[in-house]
Write a protein of this length. Structure first.
Length: 369
């Protein structure tokens, strides 16, 4: 068993390294751009070509396969160690791989996993949308690429913003209501919403036999090995619990902090709206490494760079982030550091949002009187 685990981890690492090496020349090219040498328009034209490359029809799938292999290795490692504490760590790790697959699917619907649109949609469906009971990739593309990106923070147009209005996670709420909103997926209402959403996503594909068949095949491919080997505990611990509880919370946190929500952007053009709605966030240290690999993996910890240049492949986003910091002073104006706790001169991602949304007790009493 140990040899199999080592083989899986080694193979997963090798697949990721191949992807990294293939895209490294473009990273070097971005890093070579000097400070204060480009305007925003020049940067836009410079980054136009940093998309999926010729052989990404083959290489694009490798990071997805890598995450699947790591999930399998984690389940086998838990069987070997056979301790609840280790099981919980593996559950968190697997939920983080689900987030990585979600972000890879996100990049796929933007067209940056493969040069082929059909292959992008297929990979997103097979590796994430269908096995995790999400809507098919065409529905996701409509909501995210067509409705969200051009309309960030515009009430009535941005579906991401509407998610907050739907649960009452809006400005002028109490401290308790704020944190209840932050951890909404773990509340009874959040769990009910998740289960209902899973069912609706399956029913949505009933009229499309091809998608329904592929969805059933993907779910069966995940569940069948657990059932065949009698691993019922592992099925619950490493698939169902992350699927229903942990992954939704990880994903929700990424949505909560990806923009400076509820900022007034009416009347602003696209670039002005992005600059005021977004903020780069640095996640330093060991805890920051956990956030970047489990909550904000792939390109999600560079969300403002992605929001400004959604076509850019995730491999290049760290370099793009550095490029923007060197050349666009406005890009770093609202930078945050860390996730929960405000530190030093910069707010954390959540403290920044909290300051916009939570009504102080004194202000609340004034409003009542």
């Amino acid at each position: 068993m140990f040899n199999i685990i080592v083989y899986l981890v080694t193979t997963a690492t090798a697949l990721s390294v191949v992807d990294y090496i293939y895209h490294f020349p473009e990273v070097v090219k971005i890093n070579k751009v000097p400070s204060h040498s480009m305007t925003s328009k020049e940067i836009y034209h410079f980054l136009k070509s940093f998309r999926a490359k010729k052989y990404d029809n083959l290489i694009g799938v490798l990071p997805m396969m890598s995450n699947v292999l790591l999930c399998i290795a984690s389940v086998l490692a838990a069987k070997v160690v056979n301790h609840l504490a280790f099981d919980l760590l593996c559950m968190l790790f697997i939920a983080g791989r689900f987030r990585s697959l979600e972000e890879l699917g996100h990049m796929a619907i933007h067209g940056s996993v493969s040069p082929s649109e059909k292959l992008n949609f297929f990979l997103a469906n097979v590796f994430f949308q269908f096995p995790l009971f999400k809507p098919n990739s065409l529905v996701r593309r409509q909501r995210h690429c067509v409705e969200h990106h051009p309309n960030v923070n515009l009430k009535g147009l941005d579906p991401g913003l509407q998610d907050f209005y739907d649960i009452g996670f809006v400005p002028n709420i109490s401290e308790r209501a704020f944190w209840a909103g932050v951890f909404y997926p773990l509340t009874p209402s959040g769990i009910k919403t998740r289960l209902k959403g899973c069912l609706n996503n399956v029913l949505m594909d009933v009229k499309n036999l091809k998608w329904l068949t592929l969805r059933l095949f993907c779910v069966t491919a995940v569940i069948a090995p657990y059932l065949y080997y009698g691993m019922y505990y592992e099925l619950v611990m490493f698939y169902l619990l992350p699927l229903i509880f942990i992954f939704p919370q990880f994903y929700w946190l990424s949505q909560v902090v990806e923009h400076r929500w509820f900022i007034n952007v009416i009347g602003k053009d696209r670039l002005e709206r992005e600059m005021s709605s977004g903020r780069p966030t640095d996640y330093p240290g060991i805890i920051g490494l956990f956030w970047k690999t489990h909550l904000f993996p792939i390109g999600d910890s560079y969300h403002m760079a992605h929001s400004l240049f959604p076509h850019v492949r995730w491999n290049y986003l760290p370099a793009v982030d550095r490029l923007l910091k060197r050349n666009l002073p406005d890009y770093s104006e609202r930078i945050s550091v860390g996730l929960f706790l405000r530190g030093g001169d910069h707010p954390s991602a959540l403290s920044d949002l909290r300051e916009q949304m939570v009504v102080s007790r004194q202000k609340a009493e004034t409003q009542i009187n």
